[in-house]
Ligand binder design. Structure first.
Ligand code: 4NP
Length: 161
């Protein structure tokens, strides 16, 4: 999960997705990162933490890290919060950039619409609630897509000798 600062949107996306995959039993490794490095080492924004907590998710332990070219080797799928983030990832990763691993997270909910998750930085608290709702719906769609696949694979292997 990648955004610009790794303190507002992507830490929420990381926390929400981890919460959902635990419930769904998906064996994924999820991380988040930021492209601008302005907040490296910092915990998530206090309003991201607050909104997560109100929804039963603790993201206070997270620390912002920079998006690095090696992320393209380490991860199968990289979700950007917005189009400008994809541009920055491309600039950072250079030859390691692999467009087919990248998608906008909101395309999981609204395929092909190329919708950005708006940056709530500088915004008031309601903006963070709105971002949470968008991320929650997109992560739910993402998990459902793969959970169905995962469960049908498991069901299939159960009946094989
Ligand atoms: P984020 O929000 O990308 O959702 O973490 C931002 C946080 C900080 C900055 C930009 C976006 N900044 O420029 O410091």
């Amino acid at each position: 999960m990648v955004c610009l600062g790794n303190i507002c949107r992507s830490p929420l996306a990381e926390g929400i997705l981890k919460h959902k995959i635990l419930k769904a039993g998906l064996p994924w490794e999820v991380e988040s990162a930021g492209t601008n490095g302005y907040h490296t080492g910092e915990p998530p924004h206090r309003l991201s933490q607050k909104v997560a907590k109100l929804n039963g998710i603790d993201i206070s332990h997270q620390r912002a890290r920079n998006f690095v070219p090696e992320d393209f080797q380490k991860f199968d799928k990289i979700y950007a919060m917005a189009e400008d983030v994809i541009d920055e990832m491309e600039w950072i990763a250079q030859n390691s950039f692999s467009r087919n691993k990248v998608d906008l997270l909101m395309n999981e909910l609204y395929p092909g619409r190329n919708m950005d998750v708006p940056d709530p930085w500088y915004g008031p608290e309601p903006d963070y609630h709105e971002v949470y709702k968008m991320l929650d719906k997109a992560c739910e769609a993402l998990v459902q897509k793969y959970a169905d696949h995962h469960n049908s694979n498991n069901a299939h292997s159960d009946i094989l000798p």
